[in-house]
Design a binder for this molecule. Structure first.
Ligand code: SF4
Length: 546
């Protein structure tokens, strides 16, 4: 899952929230049948009525975005308004990632930017970087509070307590008194303990859950495909990965709660829901198994229950580790038209020696077998993977094994990452760190390879029919001047229509098997349609609704 997290970008902007839907004029809006998701469960409190607002900026993976959405709910439940930008907010929450060194840099740059734009605001830094290095974060000029993942579930309460209820701070135990690990205790966190709320993440069992309305690079501004985090944390110990030490043990949203969330999204008009987690395939392993309507708490049982107990039109699974793609799961996905034809299976390396040093639990031949089974069961499915290049000790021969495996297997897209050493991980202390220029070259080779494979996959659908969901905006690469106009249309609640193909109008869509599609003509957003594929242009399918 780590690399899926890396792929989703380090700065995806502020997460969307249901209130956005309410702002769209209902009369002409093509979103009229998308009702607001649901009210916050807690009654609004009134004691912060004069507070101008909060703003949450998320960095990193879908799990972090889901946490950001839950943090927004915390503030709204306390009667605090969402500010339109960080410049207008009293509280700016930076929900950080620490999966690479550049993720840390992004967070530090954001702190400097916010401080420049809005010197009077309270900057609260939370998320994985805050959990990993609270002292480092807290020492940055402008940072008011550092609230780790361990205390994220009470973030608004802590942030607001300093504003008008200082006495409530006594309800929280600050970092220095919590037996925090030595690396968390820096001079600054010891000197100013009330600014630091970070403790042992492995002692925590909370799981922040709120749907995210916008899904990464394919429809960054969309409200069509909410992402629901159903699992957090990870019990694996991949040697390069910092995630377990900042997100803690694997824990799952109980099945009944998942079904409630999905049913609420369906009732609000959503037609596709993406379920995600840090290690999604481990969903349920921490839940009690005895009794109840759903006694077998395994990921497959969750998927089955979503199919049988909700009217969701399309369920999409995010990243699932190779060994969790059981025969049962493959058959389930292949056998239901209500599950997107899409498998994201982290690979990391095609070299046995590298996989062993990474402490990955499978060998290249296991991985090959899984992908071949998935392709046999679903000949038209999108199959993607995370691949890491430049892991310590990766020789030319090791890389060649990875390149060959990528070439051999029927991937339709890849997320290729260059290894980034993370303090505190076993691989950071390994010898033979690969020179950056070599790692970058390996990265380029894999990107070129997958670009060819993806194009061939796309061309294989010309003249055929694919299912697709119409989106409300576009992220067409190379769309050029048309982009801003299309975003403006989307912001006004109008369907995304592009005009850059021979002067015709086109509506952006995403196929069941995860390909960008430009549909001829104007189509209402958030509809599953059948499309005849006409051609491939600029790495995008061009099609017509049928
Ligand atoms: S430890 Fe391994 S499986 Fe767990 S989040 Fe990190 S990379 Fe993914």
């Amino acid at each position: 899952m780590l690399l899926a997290a890396q792929n989703s970008g380090h700065s995806l902007g502020a997460s969307r929230h249901p209130a956005t839907l309410l702002a769209i004029p209902s009369e002409e809006s093509l979103w009229e049948n998308l009702r607001p998701y649901r009210p916050d469960p807690d009654p609004p409190l009134s004691y912060h009525e004069n507070v101008p607002g909060f703003y949450v900026e998320n960095f990193g993976c879908r799990a972090t975005q889901a946490d950001g959405a839950a943090i927004e709910q915390q503030f709204r439940a306390r009667g605090i308004a969402h500010a339109v930008s960080p410049e207008n907010a009293e509280f700016v929450i930076l929900n950080t990632c620490t999966v690479t060194a550049s993720a840390d840099q992004d967070a530090r740059a954001a702190i400097r930017r916010i401080r420049r734009q809005n010197p009077g605001c309270e900057i609260v830094v939370t998320g994985c970087y805050a959990q990993r290095a609270p002292g480092e974060v807290g020492a940055l000029p402008g940072v008011s509070r550092v609230i780790g993942n361990s205390h994220k579930h009470r973030l608004a309460e802590i942030a607001l307590s300093a504003d008008s209820r200082p006495e409530s701070l006594s309800a929280f135990v600050p970092l220095a008194s919590l037996g925090a690990e030595p690396h968390m205790l820096t001079a600054i966190s010891l000197a100013e303990p009330d600014r630091f709320f970070v403790s042992d993440i492995f002692a925590h069992t909370e799981l922040l859950a709120a749907p995210v309305f916008g899904n990464g690079e394919l429809d960054l501004h969309a409200r069509t495909r909410p992402n629901l985090k159903v699992q957090d944390g990870c019990d694996n110990r991949c040697s390069f990965c910092i995630i377990p030490s900042v997100r803690g043990h694997s824990r799952s949203l109980p099945m009944e709660r998942v079904l409630t969330e999905v049913n609420a999204l369906v009732a609000a008009g959503y037609r596709e829901v993406v379920i995600s987690g840090i290690n999604l395939g481990r969903w349920g392993r921490d839940l009690p198994v005895a009794g109840g309507r759903h006694p077998a708490a395994r990921f497959e049982s969750l998927v089955r229950a979503i199919l049988s107990e909700t009217n969701l039109e399309k369920l999409r699974l995010s990243s699932i580790e190779p060994m969790d793609w059981s025969d049962e799961l493959i058959a389930l996905v292949a056998g239901s038209p209500r599950i997107a034809r899409h498998a994201h299976v982290p690979m990391q390396s095609g070299s046995d020696a590298v996989l062993r040093r990474m402490h990955r639990k499978y060998r290249p031949w296991h991985y090959r077998e899984k992908i071949e089974k998935i392709r046999d069961a679903m000949p038209t499915a999108a199959i993607g993977a995370d691949v890491m290049v430049g892991f310590p000790g990766e020789s030319d021969a090791d890389f060649e094994e990875t390149r060959r495996l990528v070439d051999d297997l029927p991937f339709t897209y890849l997320h290729v990452f260059t290894y980034s050493s993370r303090p505190g991980t076993p691989s950071a202390a390994m010898r033979d760190q690969v020179p950056v220029h070599l790692a970058r070259e390996r990265n380029r080779i894999l990107r070129d390879l997958i670009a060819e494979k993806k194009l061939a996959f796309m061309h294989s659908f010309v003249g055929k029919t694919l299912e697709a969901i119409s989106l409300n905006t576009t992220m067409l690469s190379g769309a050029g001047r048309g982009d801003s106009a299309k975003r403006a249309q989307a912001a006004a609640g109008k369907p995304a229509v592009s005009e850059h193909h021979s002067g015709e109008n086109f509506t952006e869509a995403l196929t069941d098997n995860y390909l960008k599609l430009s549909l001829r003509g104007t189509h209402q957003p958030n509809r599953w349609l059948k499309a005849q594929i006409l051609q491939v242009q600029d790495s995008i399918l061009i099609g017509a609704g049928i």
